[in-house]
Design a protein around this ligand. Structure first.
Ligand code: BGC
Length: 451
């Protein structure tokens, strides 16, 4: 490990490669589906079921990864868990690209899911625990930026590898080994989280990291602040501590944000974009163009969020963005309610929705989850909230096609719009501002709040 002054942007970017990998891994399957269908002879009703299982296996693995990541990172350290996810990413890519039987393909995807579930939670936790308070929001949001870049990259990569013949799907899945090996290599240059080291009473090692982040004087101050916060409370560690009444209100905020991030439909819209556009009719059914457009807007607006999050704060971004999400969803619902659909309006409103999500619930939820909990409970809490987030996402994406055909598109989007309105109220009433304060200052503010 290097011993000089630490470049915190390098550290955060390195850790956020995990975000790239998980975004890539989650969406790469969309290009692979037609080819594995043929290769594994997945036809008829049982073939459909098997295909659904192959596609969703990453999600199931991710939920297990969510549940395990918190406790494992408390026990073995954030860095070791991240290194573990890097290895799992390499392994899953290798196994999926070389799979010759359906079960081995599913196993490969579940292994990838474990990595996804771990990386999505522990990357933000790690970055929040090492970042200086005044840059924390932007640095944690880098992970979300890398997620959305990973999503778009997999799309491009699939497109370019399409013509490589019958093994094209193996290349699509295999290219991921390159960033995964890079991730594994670069992580060795990243130190352990100073706050985790202090939780383990490894004060000297923690001080050494703090020195490299902030210089001698600031390091001593930070060390004392963290030590004081660890000494003054008697909240139990891990999952048990989450039942403490002082943590209850923070838990409600976390679970609420995790719920609203998914119940407002982001992944339903992402996964079924071509279906939605086909429903709207009109000439806008060029799937490639639409996906590129939506992806670019998502990436650009995440840059805007990174730029604003430590200046304006978390709450103004949430309020503006969720208001934009609600308006866009009402517009989509209205458009679908008309006699003849206005495809252009649907496209504009979907872009408005994705843009609004990308400056608000997309990055800000992960930032808040990584900062509102006390040091002792952060990892366990994010495991619970992350698992819940994944469960709501899976449920919404499962019900969505049924809702479109049974309730109608208009009513389905009206439901999303009403949930977005409720989210707005939730943020106004319950979500605290965390900008610029150290994790320990936040802890003492938020823990005194009565549930
Ligand atoms: C969400 C994911 C979503 C992604 C899209 C993330 O913050 O947790 O469910 O797919 O943003 O940009």
């Amino acid at each position: 490990m290097l011993q000089g002054k630490l470049n915190i942007a390098f550290v955060a970017l390195t850790v956020a490669i995990g975000g790239f990998l998980l975004g890539f891994d989650a969406t790469v399957i969309s290009g692979v589906v037609p080819f594995i269908k043929e290769y594994f002879s997945l036809s008829g009703a049982s073939g459909d079921l098997k295909l659904g299982f192959a596609v969703s296996s990453l999600g199931w693995g991710a939920m297990a990864g969510n549940a395990l990541a918190g406790p494992l990172s408390d026990r073995f350290g954030r860095r070791r868990v991240l290194l573990g996810t890097a290895l799992l990413f390499v392994l899953s890519s290798l196994l999926a690209a070389t799979a010759t039987s359906f079960p081995s393909f599913v196993v490969a995807r579940i292994v990838g899911g474990l990595a996804v579930g771990g990386a999505i939670l522990i990357a933000p936790v790690y970055i929040a625990e090492i970042a200086p308070a005044d840059k924390r929001g932007g640095l944690v949001s880098l992970n979300q930026l890398m997620i959305v870049i990973g999503i778009s990259a997999s799309f491009f990569s699939n497109y370019f590898l399409l013509d490589l013949g019958e093994h094209n799907w193996r290349y699509m899945l295999g290219v991921q080994m390159v960033p995964a090996v890079l991730y594994f290599t670069l992580l060795w240059f990243v130190p352990e989280s100073p706050r985790w080291l202090l939780l383990k009473r490894r004060d000297e090692a923690a001080l050494a990291v703090l020195r490299r982040v902030a210089g001698e004087q600031q390091a001593q101050e930070n060390l004392q602040q963290i030590q004081r916060s660890l000494n003054t409370k008697a909240v139990s560690r891990g999952f048990r501590g989450l039942l403490d009444s002082r943590v209850r209100l923070i838990m409600i905020v976390a679970l609420g944000l995790a719920f609203f991030q998914q119940i407002t439909g982001i992944n339903a819209i992402f996964y079924y974009l071509p279906t939605i556009f086909a429903e709207a009719g009109g000439g806008v059914n060029d799937a490639f163009r639409q996906a590129v457009l939506v992806g670019v807007v998502n990436v650009l607006m995440t840059f805007v969020a990174i730029w604003l999050i430590d200046k304006l704060g978390r709450k103004p971004l949430l309020l503006m963005g969720i208001a934009g999400m609600a308006l866009s969803l009402f517009a989509i619902s209205w458009a679908f309610g008309q006699e003849s659909y206005n495809a252009r309006l649907v496209l504009i409103a979907i872009i408005g929705f994705v843009a609004s999500f990308a400056i608000s619930l997309g990055p800000v939820m992960w930032v808040l989850l990584s900062e509102i909990f006390p040091n002792e409970q952060r990892a366990a809490a994010i495991s619970v909230a992350g698992f819940w987030n994944a469960l709501v996402s899976a449920t919404v994406t499962m019900i969505f096609p049924w809702a479109l055909s049974t309730l109608s598109s208009s009513l389905t989007f009206l439901a999303f719009a009403l949930f977005a309105t409720a989210a707005l109220l939730f943020v106004v009433l319950l979500v605290p501002e965390t900008k610029g304060r150290t994790l320990e200052q936040l802890e003492s503010d938020l823990m005194t709040a009565k549930a």
